[in-house]
Ligand binder design. Sequence first.
Ligand SMILES: Nc1ncnc2c1ncn2[C@@H]1O[C@H](COP(=O)(O)OP(=O)(O)OP(=O)(O)O)[C@@H](O)[C@H]1O
Ligand SMILES: [Mg+2]
Ligand SMILES: [Zn+2]
Length: 400
Amino acid sequence: MSYTVLARKYRPQAFEEVTGQEHVVRTVENAIKLDRVAHAYLFAGPRGVGKTTAARLLARALNCEKGPTASPCGTCLACTEIRDGTSVDVAEIDGASNNGVENVREIRENAKYLPQRDRYKIYIIDEVHMLSGAAFNALLKTLEEPPPHVKFIFATTEPHKLPDTILSRCQRHNFRRISAAAMLKRLKEIAGLEKVTISDSSLSLIVRQSEGGMRDALSLLDQILSACGNTPSDAEVADALGAIDRTAVHAFATALVKRDAKLLLERTEEMWNRGVDLRRLAADLAFHLRNVFIAKATGAAPDELADSDKDVVVALAREADAAQVARLFDVVHTAEWEIARAPQPRLAFELALLRGLHLAPAASIPELITRVERLASGAASPAPGSGASGGRSGASTFRS
Ligand SMILES: Nc1ncnc2c1ncn2[C@@H]1O[C@H](COP(=O)(O)OP(=O)(O)OP(=O)(O)O)[C@@H](O)[C@H]1O
Ligand SMILES: [Mg+2]
Ligand SMILES: [Zn+2]
């Protein structure tokens, strides 16, 4: 049997399997239950978040032999043919390659006739924003008052390119990027079904790289499994994704908080020799510091992290001071741009790290205020290094 990519194999087959789009699913399900299904829908949103999937599910819900129903059976002829894209009454049209006025005329002609077998004739037009101006115009009339047996479902990643005349004739639903926590949960389920052993930490790395798109996440997982087999280690996953080993990122952050210049420089050398992209390293480090800062501010690590990463974040948050972390984040985040433009990226990276050591105050602001007040009231100055973390010499200078 030929191999089916995960994104296709795990296309949701029921509304409740559609991850992270509850606001859309609920409305559509209700419309079906209340028999208030609009004649034209527009599903808008980023790539790979479930638009085509939802369009097919809606088509099934409408045409299922046991329907119209919010939970189509999945086994009747209508359901299986829609799943396989072979239904005579459900046309899936790629708007990008059928964008001319003649294509719309054909749809218009066709729409006049009753469905051949099922309840409705359904036109799913993907990338609908690619239609030409003339094609949109040709569509208007039919879209305004389609025959009762016709439904349109449009999908687009660029709704702003649609003319207002089209927008105002559709019921619009905005699909969102899928939250990291919801994606992690779905990936874990799929990994389980595929009998793959992969750490949460690796999965959350995938989640982060896919930026809320489920198709991208599943493609990355595919890529990893074909490169490393069914039990990829964290290092293998990081490598396959061109990502940087988490432990290295954690080591940099800890060294920054502890003001360990020597360690920072040694580690940089090591990364440089390994050919690691330093801009990427800065980006990952900034993300880690951001998480520590969130942990500091809210008392808990962000939800989207794997448990093992959460522990590391919380531990560092306990050790670091909020003002220090905020400033470190600033320095590292800015460094990302500097490194990208620098003729010598390594020097830019090192300089940023060293600046990070000196910019951040050695103690928390309240602590500094107490010290200043004590000095002002004539008390002896406190012993050097009485601040937060170990106090390396020079670290308490508050340069700007
Ligand atoms: N919300 C979701 N829940 C579960 N799986 C999803 C979701 N969105 C996407 N997927 C996975 O990604 C694959 C592609 O999704 P789909 O074709 O619905 O995306 P799309 O929004 O239409 O993207 P595009 O804009 O690129 O056409 C699905 O087969 C499924 O495996
Ligand atoms: Mg699609
Ligand atoms: Zn059915």
